[in-house]
Design a protein around this ligand. Structure first.
Ligand code: MRU
Length: 384
């Protein structure tokens, strides 16, 4: 894997590049290496299937929609340069290797199934067919996220207008801003572009709604602190970083108007699996009467599962993600330091499930859908 370009974030904004892109002239697949953000903005080339598998499992790319699209390009990289017969014989092993990289986000399997279906329909030049399928998923993801962002922005506009109206009725001055709380990174970095939860915010900002985002740091990997703060900063959205446990207090004090998060897998009955800690935010939101929305493309819905608590495989990652932490020291050097005593037993669940009853609505490219089996069944049936 070659490094293409580095930009020191201390010295200015990064170019707005898609998280993954195909350079057709040079036949190269390029990703932004998210393990280097926010300190370095570096694009690296994925050259082989092993590169694609590594990028997903080491979280150079992460976020449910993005790992799906990366896996699709991984199939292309594996078939590139192979005779059709050899390529055909290697497809199932390739798909297995990519599917094994991360267990929770359904987009990974969904994207691989889409690519496999395209290959099954094709008689010759399998590599070209895999590339076309990957490019199609790439374009679809951008379109879906932009669209769901618009649907969500409409809901934020209604919440903003209601907040202004309440203030006017109470004889108070116009509120300063609409406060949104988000968890992890469900932004453009988690998709090809736009994001899911953050697409809603970007589209609402474009409508002129004064927004402020509370960003959960999202231990252990700190995607909120390092990625969400970075991309909100790049796009000029007012935000404040908080520790993961602060959300409940802020909600009790009236400092949160709405929560918007993403999803790695949502079931037919509307249970939402997302980054560990999401469930506790949903509980606190329900206790305080605060709307809790989940923004997701339809590709994040697993229509084959009903009970998210029982049926969704929850990723468990290395203990070092919890026992250690890394960051930039005062000399500008990235260092990893130990937090817990040597030998401490660690558990590191990556995701949790928020039951449908705590979800105010699912913001999708097909509109805002109730987190109920009837609504999701209707959506499923409209897709076939
Ligand atoms: O472990 P990660 O960083 O891949 O987890 C990402 C999330 O939990 C996101 O909220 C989710 O994938 C939705 S992304 C649009």
């Amino acid at each position: 894997m070659d490094s293409i370009e580095g930009v020191d974030q201390a010295n200015g904004p990064a170019p707005h590049t898609l998280t993954i892109r195909y350079d057709a002239e040079a036949d190269r697949v390029l990703i932004v290496d998210q393990t280097r953000l926010p300190h370095d903005y570096v694009e690296v080339e994925l050259k082989t299937l092993a590169d694609a598998c590594y990028a997903i499992s080491a979280m150079q790319v992460r976020g449910a929609p993005l790992i799906g699209v990366t896996a699709a390009f991984g199939v292309y990289l594996s078939l590139r340069g192979k005779e059709d017969i050899t390529a055909r014989n290697s497809v199932s092993q390739t798909v297995e290797a990519l599917a094994a990289t991360r267990p929770t986000a359904i987009n990974l399997r969904w994207a691989l199934t889409e690519v496999e279906a395209s290959l099954a329909r094709c008689d010759s030049d399998l590599a070209a067919a895999a590339l076309n399928a990957a490019l199609e998923l790439h374009a679809q993801d951008i379109e879906a996220c932009a669209l769901l962002g618009e649907h969500g922005a409409q809901r934020l506009q209604e919440l903003w207008e209601a907040k202004c109206e309440r203030a006017a009725q109470a004889g108070l001055s116009k509120p300063e801003r609409l406060n949104i709380l988000t968890h992890c990174n469900a932004g453009s970095l988690a998709t090809v572009d736009w994001g899911t939860a953050l697409a809603v915010i970007y589209k609402a900002q474009a409508r002129g709604i004064p927004l402020h985002v509370w960003v959960d740091e999202t231990r252990p990997r700190n995607q909120g602190a390092s990625l969400t703060c970075w991309e909100l900063g790049q796009r000029g959205v007012a935000h404040t970083l908080i520790v993961d446990n602060a959300g409940g207090h802020l909600m009790q004090q009236g400092y949160v108007d709405c929560c918007v998060v993403g999803s790695d897998r949502t079931t037919l009955r509307g249970d939402v699996c997302n980054k560990i800690g999401t469930y506790l935010k949903a509980l606190a939101a329900a206790d305080n009467g605060i709307p809790f929305y989940v923004a997701l493309p339809v590709s994040s819905i697993d229509f084959t599962l009903r009970d998210g608590l029982v049926e969704i495989p929850i990723e468990e990652r290395e203990a070092e993600e919890v026992s250690h932490i890394s960051g930039l020291d005062d000399q500008g050097i990235i260092r990893r330091v130990r937090l817990a005593p040597t030998g401490t037993v660690v558990s590191n669940y990556g995701f949790d499930v928020t039951p449908a009853r705590l979800v105010s609505g699912l913001i999708t490219e097909r509109g805002i859908i109730a987190a109920h089996e009837a609504a999701l069944t209707k959506l499923r049936d409209s897709l076939s």
